[in-house]
Structures are given as C-alpha cells and as structure tokens.
Design a protein around this ligand. Sequence first.
Ligand code: TRP
Length: 334
Amino acid sequence: MIDGKKVLFSGMQATGNLTLGNYLGALKNWVSLSDEYECFYSVVDMHSITIRQDPSEFRRRARNLLTLYIAAGLDPEKNCIYYQSHVSGHAELAWILNCFTYMGELNRMTQFKDKAAKHADNINAGLFTYPVLMAADILLYQADVVPVGVDQMQHLELTRNIAERFNNIYGEVFTVPEAYIGKVGAKIMSLQDPSKKMSKSDENPNASIYLMDDPDTIMRKCKRAVTDSEGCICYRDEQPGIKNLIDIYSACTGKTPQETVKEFEGKGYGELKPAVGEAVISVLRPLQEEFARLSKDKAYLDSMIKANAEKAGYYAAKTLRKVQRKVGFPDRIR
Ligand code: TRP
C-alpha cells in the first residue's frame, strides 16, 4: 500500500512497435487506473538485453516507448513511468531472489524454452534467469496487482512462489502479487489472421496497425483486412474477421458492438472497412500529435524521467533494505 492505495506494477519492453491492440486492449484503459492504484510502469530495458540489441536503436526505442505512454494519457506525475536500469535495486534484489529460485523451476518456463529455441546462438544465463528479474521488479514495489497477458502468467506464478518461499523463511516481507483482473479492453485480433491476437512481433506488417502508422497506411491495412464471403456485417464467432473489425470500430468510437452492427445494417464490407480506417485514424491522430509534441520537449521529458527514477528508487530502496537485513547482510554505517 502506498498512501492508502494498492500498488500496481507492469513492465514493458521497448522491442517491437506498439500496435493498436496494445493501445485499445491495455494502454487506453490504464489511464483511469491511477485513481485507484499507485501505478508503476517500467520500461524494462534490463530484460531486453537478454537478446542482442543495437545500442543506439535500443536507446531510441526505450525513450519512444516512455514518451508514448505519456502521450497516451498516463500522467507521469501520477504514474511512475521509469526505466528499470535507472533503479539499481532491480539487479540487487534479483541476485538475492536468484538464491531462492530453483533450476528446476526455471527449466520449466515455457518462454525460456521458446526463446532458447529461437536464439540458439545466444542462450545466455540472463535469458534463463529472466523470470527472476521479473519477480524482483514486482516484489521490489510490493505490488498487489500485475496486469499481464497469458504469456506472462507462468512468470507471475513463479513470482508468487518465490515471494511465499521467502516469506515462509523470514516472515511477511513481500506482498504476494495477483494478476490484475479488472476492466479489460477490447481484444484486437490480427487483420490477416483473425484467429490470432494482433501482435507487435507479427512478421506480416499488414496484420497489425502500429500506433505510428500514417493515415494512408492505416486505411490500406483496414481495406486489406481478411474477412469472409458471408456478406453480412454480423457480430458472431463464425465471422472472426468481421467481428474484429466491429470490435475495432466500436472501441475507437465508444459504441457497443450492437450499436455498430445497427449502424451498418444493410451495408457491405466495402463500406465497413473504410469506416474502420477513419475511426482508427481519428483515434491515432491526436496520439501521434501529442507524441510528436512531447518528443520535442526534451526538458520536460528529462525532468519526468529524473523525478520518476527517484520516486521508484525510493520505494525500491525501502524493500531492498528490509530484504538485505532479513537475509543477514551487515547493517550500513551512516
Ligand atoms: N516479461 C514481460 C514481457 O515481456 C515484461 C516484464 C518485465 C513485466 N517485468 C515485468 C511485466 C513485471 C509485468 C511485471 O511482457
């Protein structure tokens, strides 16, 4: 608890470009969470170097991601938006937690197996202990809730096990985090294969609308979206492509899927697709403008980065000192 509010922590990697799915499904809905939770959104750059990165490109992406969060409406005075690498407590706690995590547990992590297969030439120890660093991220802030996708559930479960194991030995040190289940946003599917989620790592650029796509690109991708030959603008699972377009249109216009279906009654796909394109453009345009404006305001961004690194560092240090004391490290002489 911080100031009577529960703590929410989430981390995101600056690899890949954010998509409309990330925005409508998550980001957009996070804006209202700061009333209820003390929110920490970390750009987890330390996790990203488990895969080789080009340094200057990586630095640029990390800054863009942080900027985008603010552009999307997350107020950096209410939400702690910071770089993981700016708070040394992440690495320090991760080391301690490494000593409370078993090889067998890490060996079972499906994401490690997937990534090891994908990057067979660089199966480094960081890739293996990645979930422990993630546990440190979460436990360092005594987070109550963590909004994660299904792909991160196994890591969250491990985090809970580590926290409980530690607490069993040393008493109540860590808050045991739960997955955040709250108002979830629209689940946006790929425009090329509506059985898959829209993903920032899709190899097919037409499958995803990126937050920085220009209007022509957005329109083209919407017009090329895979549909079906039913010829009916109906909201049903049997027409996943059309259902997805209805979801996108509804999320962008604030309508319910039923209202959207009504609006397009008697119309064809040739009318729905450009309307979806326009709706997306009108949502992304202000976001892009704000991003461009903020990107130029170096002084403001830098001041937020500095203040939030200090804020995160303050809470991190509190937990870390407690943990260090519990495991028996010598007291610091002041
Ligand atoms: N591993 C997460 C991902 O790739 C990112 C992440 C790192 C994270 N630390 C976290 C997510 C802590 C939630 C909480 O998506």
